[in-house]
Design a protein around this ligand. Structure first.
Ligand SMILES: [Zn+2]
Length: 91
């Protein structure tokens, strides 16, 4: 059977199985190597307060949240763009 993509749509090394993660948007379970991971910074204080505290010289710690999206949702949200058929396989 012809292969659509060299990697089979996965990332990473030659490791066999990856754990499953849940898509934040639709709830589908996908392998971690196939999911799109997005890390975002989270602010603990709101923006107006943040400006005031910054003026007074306060060091504000922020957290970060990691979210996983399945391929269908990441295409829908335009994180990825579809490539033309002849551009897909590169080998
Ligand atoms: Zn999804």
């Amino acid at each position: 059977m012809p292969k659509k993509r060299k990697s089979g749509g996965k990332t990473g090394s030659s490791k066999g199985n990856f754990g499953k993660v849940q898509c934040v948007n639709c709830g589908r379970f996908v392998a971690r190597s196939k999911a799109k991971a997005v890390t975002r910074r989270t602010n603990l204080v709101d923006s107006r307060m943040f400006g005031e505290l910054k003026k007074s010289g306060t060091i504000i710690m922020g957290g970060s949240t990691k979210a996983y999206y399945c391929i269908s949702c990441s295409i829908h949200k335009r994180m990825y763009a579809q490539r033309a058929k002849d551009e897909r396989r590169t080998d």
